[in-house]
Every structure is written in structure tokens, then in C-alpha cells.
Ligand binder design. Structure first.
Ligand code: UFG
Length: 340
């Protein structure tokens, strides 16, 4: 049984990935500092899979602790690195926190991965590296554009750090997965997205509004040059996204990668407008949503959806769950945590 380290494994995408890894027979060790998660997630994971992963509460900015951890776990065969701060707006207010956290944790982890017998590394990247791409759908060949936020910049710099490290360390094999918009929850509703405070992202804002925690959703902008005037995104079910990590890891473990740094878009290939997401929610939940049109939000691109052929052909991965599935699961999760 191969041992895999998942940093940030109690977070939204991390926890779903741990479940899929365990389902595929991997032994999982989680590192999480609980800065944006809780130990209840560990219980949720165990109740889905029947297996409790090893867990250590380590702040990956503490270099000595990271070194100690890897001294104890020399038999790790792969690392999936999620641990990072991820709120775009907050990153504009607290740039140094974002650079310090997201880059140091990456550097200290990567340094140790190089020393392992099997140096396999999966990095949690983002479609934010493309900015407003000129052509839709976005291929991996689209130029990386100047970042719109310190958060986005940490993803770009992160990829560069890994690429440069791969260049001089041929034994290191890395894949960057560029996610589009992850939404939804595990169908069991035992794990899901739990934003702290007011949600910044569309789907948790919708489900919290429907659950009565928020009065009204503001739709940011209805004068964009799109069919209904609202922005278009590629919403991907978190379970499909989690499975992409397992497939990418297996590619590295089986030595199937053709270069020691590869990147893949992870999306559905389908663009949906904000109004389409709202209509989908109303249809699958059977309830109407309170929303108003508000001014555009700073930094939003008009449209972003993925060209998925590279992931389909090379990784052999394809999103199978629909927007309906994702919204239904997000609502199921929201109702479960609010006792509705
Ligand atoms: N939106 C609203 N009202 C809200 C929240 C969002 O209308 O209350 C709209 C946004 O304006 C946007 C769409 O819903 O048009 C999606 O917004 P999200 O905040 O859910 O997602 P983003 O596309 O802005 O952000 C995602 C990830 C980030 C990543 C970014 C890169 O959450 O981690 O893509 O573009 F950096």
C-alpha cells in the first residue's frame, strides 16, 4: 500500500481527495493546521471510507517541523499539496500573509520531497493563471497573464518554483492541476465546503441564502458581453476534481509522465453564467432564490472555461458529474449542516 501525504487534507478539495485516495487503496497521511478547517472533517472522512487517515497538525511554515515530519515518513511515495490560503479579496488586503504562507509552505515541502526515494508531487494550481484569456475554451497553451491578485500570483510563482526545481532535479516529477471553479460536496453530505464568515464564492452564497443565513444574493454585474449579461465560469464537481488528483498521482507513480513537469486544466469544458447557476439551483432545490443585480465585482474576468482535451487524452480523466449534480450535492450538504 503506497503512502501519500496530503497537505491541507482537511480542507474542501483536500478532504474529498483523501476519500478518493482511500477508495483506491492508498494509505493517507494528512497535514493540516486547521486554519480553515476542523477536526470534524476527519470524522466525516472516516465515516465515508471506514478508515481514519493519519493526521498531524503541523504549520508548514515551520521549516524544522516539516523536516522532522519527513524524517519520520521516509516511505512517502507522493505528496499532494493543497495547503494554502485561498481568498482572493483577502489576499489583496494581506499580500504578505499570502506570499509568506503560500510560498514558504510550498518551498519547505518541496525541499523534503526531493529527498524522498519516490519524488512525486501534485500541485493545486488555478485557472486564475490565465487571467482573461483571449480564446475560449482555454487550452494549457494559453499564455499565463499577470495575476489579478496576490493569491493568483502565488499560484503563478508556485508553478514557476516547481518548474525551476524540476529542471535541476530530474528525479522530481510534478504535475500542476489548474482547477476551474470547484463546487459541490460529497454525495453522502458528510464532507463539503464550509466557508468561514460571509462566503466569497457564488455557490456557497446561494445555498446560505436559500438556507436563510443570508438575506439576498448579489449578482455582480449583468452588463457583461455574454448572452444574459452575467459572467461565465466552468463549475466542476469537487468529487470529479478529487478523482483527477488520484489519476495524476497514478501517472507519476507508474512513470507514465513524458516530462518531469506537466500541467493540466481540470474543468468540465462547459461554461455556465451566474444566472444559469441560479436557475439550476431553483430547479434542483424546488425553491426560488432571493437575488438582486449589483455592480460588477473588481477583478472578475468575463468568461473562463476549460479546454479539457489534454486531461481527457493524456490523463484519461473526464468530468462525469453535471452542474445539476454539483448544485444538488451542495444543497444537500448545506441542509445537512443547518439541520434543515
Ligand atoms: N458571484 C456573484 N455573487 C457572489 C459571488 C460570486 O455574482 O456573491 C459571481 C462572480 O462575480 C463570478 C461568479 O459568480 O462571476 C463566480 O465567482 P466565484 O467567486 O464563485 O468564483 P471566481 O471565478 O471569482 O473564483 C474562482 C476561485 C478562485 C480563483 C478564481 C480565478 O474561487 O480561487 O476563480 O478566477 F482564484
Amino acid at each position: 500500500m503506497k503512502k501519500i501525504l496530503v497537505t491541507g487534507g482537511l480542507g474542501f478539495i483536500g478532504s474529498h481527495t483523501v476519500v478518493e485516495l482511500q477508495n483506491e487503496g492508498f494509505e493517507v497521511v494528512i497535514i493540516d493546521d486547521l486554519s480553515n478547517s476542523s477536526l470534524d472533517v476527519l470524522k466525516g472522512i472516516s465515516s465515508i471510507t471506514g478508515k481514519t487517515p493519519n493526521y498531524e497538525n503541523i504549520d508548514l511554515k515551520e521549516k524544522a517541523l516539516v523536516e522532522q515530519f519527513f524524517q519520520k515518513h521516509k516511505d512517502i511515495s507522493g505528496v499532494i499539496h493543497f495547503a494554502a490560503s485561498k481568498a482572493v479579496g483577502e489576499s489583496v488586503q494581506m499580500p504578505l500573509h499570502y506570499y509568506e504562507n503560500n510560498l514558504n509552505t510550498l518551498i519547505y515541502t518541496l525541499k523534503e520531497v526531493i529527498g524522498l526515494d519516490e519524488s512525486n508531487f501534485i500541485f493545486s494550481s488555478s485557472c486564475t493563471v490565465y487571467g482573461q484569456a483571449e480564446e475560449m475554451p482555454i487550452t494549457e497553451k494559453a499564455p499565463v497573464q499577470p495575476a489579478e491578485s496576490p493569491y493568483g500570483n502565488t499560484k503563478q510563482i508556485g508553478e514557476e518554483i516547481i518548474m525551476d526545481t524540476c529542471y535541476v532535479n530530474p528525479e522530481l516529477n510534478a504535475i500542476a492541476l489548474r482547477y476551474f471553479n470547484p463546487i459541490g460536496a460529497h454525495p453522502s453530505a458528510k464532507i463539503g465546503e464550509l466557508p468561514i464568515g460571509v462566503p466569497q464564492n457564488l455557490v456557497p452564497y446561494i445555498t446560505q441564502t436559500a438556507a436563510g443565513l443570508r438575506e439576498c444574493l448579489s449578482v455582480f454585474g449583468n452588463d457583461y458581453p455574454t448572452e444574459d449579461g452575467t459572467c461565465i465560469r466552468d463549475y466542476i464537481h469537487v468529487v470529479d476534481l478529487a478523482k483527477a488528483h488520484v489519476v495524476a498521482l497514478q501517472r507519476l507513480l507508474n512513470g507514465k509522465n513524458t516530462s518531469n513537469f506537466e500541467s493540466f486544466n481540470i474543468g468540465t469544458g462547459v461554461g455556465s453564467s451566474v444566472l444559469e447557476v441560479i436557475k439550476t439551483f431553483e430547479r434542483v432545490s424546488g425553491q426560488s432564490l432571493n437575488y438582486i443585480f449589483a455592480p460588477r465585482r473588481q477583478g472578475d474576468v468575463i468568461s473562463a472555461y476549460a479546454h479539457t482535451e489534454k486531461a481527457n487524452k493524456i490523463l484519461g480523466w473526464k468530468a462525469v458529474l453535471t452542474l445539476d449534480d454539483a448544485i444538488r450535492s451542495a444543497w444537500h450538504w448545506e441542509k445537512q449542516i443547518r439541520n434543515i
